[in-house]
Write a protein that binds this ligand. Structure first.
Ligand code: FMN
Length: 177
């Protein structure tokens, strides 16, 4: 495995990119553990942590998910999928909105930690599409009250995917709209 080059925080943020091309080399369990620790370090409303993470490495399950999700074909080659699940009953005010917001923060931490480890990842969509949510629930035995937010393939990047500069001064309003 290639040595991981340590990057400062801002460089890491700017170099994060959606990775859709993977070598097929499996990811070590220790690396997944580091990514999950980063996920659970995310901010969460009134310190509730309404998240669960399902780690999928079984090839048949990954293929089933890739076949059933419209934009997640890269899952099988990545070798690992992290399904971020939101539990509204464990969120601030038992709110679905807070559960989704908190799990979105955890998801971004997963994407950043993956980049920090020299690995690649991409958010593939599940929520808010009800059909996709039911499909993922069925595949992974997720109870009806739990919301599968996304499926994040994690793997070794081929290096083809590049970060984009999305800075646009037009999106900034100083002082007021
Ligand atoms: C809510 C959400 C849903 C997304 N769904 C998918 C998806 O299903 N498949 C995919 O390949 N990328 C998906 N993406 C990744 C975006 O396409 C990607 O972030 C965007 O093109 C910007 O590229 P970058 O991540 O490399 O900066 C999703 C991102 C978000 C935040």
């Amino acid at each position: 495995m290639e040595a991981v080059i340590l990057k400062d925080g801002l460089t890491l943020i700017h170099e994060r990119k959606s990775v859709r091309s993977y070598t097929g080399e499996p990811v070590d369990k220790e690396e997944i553990d580091k990514i999950l620790r980063a996920a659970m370090a995310a901010p969460a409303a009134i310190h509730m942590m309404p998240w669960k993470f399902i780690i999928v490495t079984d090839k048949i399950k990954l293929k089933a998910l890739a076949d059933g999700l419209p934009f997640a074909k890269m899952l099988t080659k990545a070798g690992t999928g992290i399904v971020v699940c939101a539990v509204p009953g464990e969120a601030a005010m038992s709110s679905e909105e807070f559960a989704i917001l908190d799990c979105t923060c955890a998801s971004e931490n997963i994407l950043l930690a993956t980049e920090a480890l020299g690995l690649g990842a991409v958010w593939t969509a599940v929520y808010p599409n009800k059909e996709l949510m039911d499909f993922v629930r069925k595949e992974l035995n997720i109870p009806q009250h739990v919301i599968p937010l996304n499926v994040i393939p994690v793997g070794h990047p081929t290096g083809e995917d590049r970060a984009q500069d999305k800075y646009d001064v037009k999106n900034i309003h100083w002082g007021e709209w």
